[in-house]
Design a protein around this ligand. Structure first.
Ligand code: GDP
Ligand code: MG
Length: 316
C-alpha cells in the first residue's frame, strides 16, 4: 500500500488575537490533476483535510482549509481537477464548480509541474482567462522542483510562462516541503485585501466531521483499490451520530457495476475490512474520539451520468 508522508505545518496557529489592520483573502488552488494541489494544501494548512493520491482526480469536492500567519488569514479553496477525459454529467458539474470558485476568490494559485506545460495545463489556464477570473492576481506555482536536476534549466521555461500569461508571481517549489509552503504564504500575503479575518485564528476547516468521514473513506477506498476502481465510485454517509466521546458512522460505497462491488469487498470480505479499519483509525486520530464505522457496498449503475443524482450526493 502506498503511504503518505505526515504533512508538516507551514502555518502554525497563532494564539494572539486579530491585529489592528488584518488581511484576509480567498485563495483558489487550481491545476490539472496530479500536479500536487492537495499536497500543497496539506503542507499549507498542516492537516490532512484534502486527500492525496498517486491516481489523478481523487478530489471532487471543494475543500476549504484555513491558515492564519502573522496578520494574514488565508482561506484556501481546493478545486476539483479540470476534467478532460471523462465526458459525463460529472464533468459539467465539476467545471461549473471551478468557475464558481474563481468568481469568489481574491487570488489564484495556478499549480503546474516545474518545466512542464501540456494541453491539460493549457485548458486550466484558459479557465483563468474566463470573465469570472478577470483581473485577479494569478501566482504560478511551479511544483515538484525536486524533480528538476539543474535549476538553471528552469529559467527559459519561466520566461516562456511569463509570455503566456501576466502572472503576478512565479514560485518554483516542492509542495512536500513545509519551508517552501511558508515562503509561498509570504509571497501571497501582500496580494490579499485588508479586511477582517473570517475565521478564528486556529480554524483549520469549516467542513463538518460528516464530510471529513466521507473524504477519508473515499481516500482509503482509492488507495486500496489501486487502478481497479473507476473514479465514478463514491461514498455516502448514511448515519453519523455523536454519543459523548464516540462517533457511530454508517457509510455506503456506491459503485457502478456488480463486478466493482466484488472487487471492493475482496475475497472473504478482506479488502472492505482493511478499508474500514484504516479509515476508522485515521478518523479516530483526526477527531480525537472513538469511532465505530460500518461500511456497505451498493451498486447504482449510471449514477455519474445523472446530474440530479449527483446533487443528491452533495456535488454542486
Ligand atoms: P492533485 O491531483 O493536484 O491534488 O495532486 P496530489 O497532491 O494528489 O499529488 C499528486 C502526486 O504528486 C502525489 O503522488 C504526490 O505525492 C506527488 N507530489 C506532490 N508534490 C510533489 C513534490 O513537490 N515533489 C514530488 N516529487 N512529488 C510531489
Ligand atoms: Mg487533489
Amino acid at each position: 500500500m502506498p503511504t503518505t508522508p505526515e504533512p508538516s505545518e507551514a502555518c502554525e496557529p497563532d494564539a494572539a488575537s486579530a491585529p489592528a489592520d488584518p488581511r484576509c483573502g480567498l485563495v483558489a488552488i487550481v491545476g490539472r490533476p496530479n500536479v500536487g494541489k492537495s499536497t500543497l494544501l496539506n503542507a499549507l494548512v498542516g492537516q490532512k483535510i484534502s486527500i492525496t493520491s498517486r491516481k489523478a482526480q481523487t478530489t471532487r469536492h471543494r475543500i476549504l482549509g484555513v491558515c492564519t500567519e502573522g496578520d494574514t488569514q488565508f482561506v484556501f479553496l481546493d478545486t476539483p481537477g479540470f476534467q478532460t477525459r471523462h465526458g459525463a454529467a460529472l464533468n459539467r458539474v465539476l467545471n461549473r464548480s471551478v468557475r464558481g470558485v474563481l468568481a469568489d476568490v481574491d487570488l489564484v494559485l495556478f499549480v503546474v509541474e516545474a518545466g512542464k506545460f501540456g494541453p491539460a495545463d493549457e485548458d486550466v489556464l484558459r479557465l483563468l482567462q474566463s470573465p469570472q477570473a478577470a483581473g485577479k492576481p494569478v501566482v504560478l506555482v511551479a511544483n515538484k522542483l525536486d524533480t528538476i536536476r539543474r535549476r538553471a534549466d528552469l529559467a527559459p521555461w519561466l520566461q516562456r510562462m511569463a509570455a503566456r500569461f501576466p502572472f503576478a508571481e512565479f514560485v518554483p517549489l516542492s509542495a512536500e516541503r513545509a519551508d517552501d509552503a511558508r515562503r509561498l504564504l509570504g509571497i501571497v500575503a501582500p496580494h490579499l485585501p485588508r479586511q477582517p479575518w473570517m475565521y478564528e485564528p486556529d480554524a483549520l476547516t469549516d467542513r463538518s466531521e460528516r464530510f471529513l468521514a466521507a473524504e477519508i473513506v473515499r481516500e482509503k477506498l482509492f488507495r486500496f483499490m489501486g487502478d481497479e476502481l473507476p473514479y465514478t465510485s463514491t461514498v455516502v454517509i448514511d448515519r453519523f451520530t455523536e454519543e459523548g466521546e464516540r462517533r457511530e458512522i454508517d457509510a455506503t460505497i456506491v459503485v457502478e457495476r456488480d463486478a466493482h462491488k466484488g472487487m471492493v469487498i475482496g475475497a472473504g470480505g478482506e479488502r472492505l475490512k482493511r478499508i474500514g479499519t484504516e479509515a476508522r483509525l485515521e478518523l479516530e486520530r483526526l477527531l480525537g474520539t472513538r469511532v465505530q464505522l460500518t461500511l456497505w457496498v451498493q451498486v447504482r449503475s449510471g449514477w455519474a451520468d445523472d446530474e440530479a443524482h449527483l446533487r443528491s450526493y452533495g456535488y454542486e
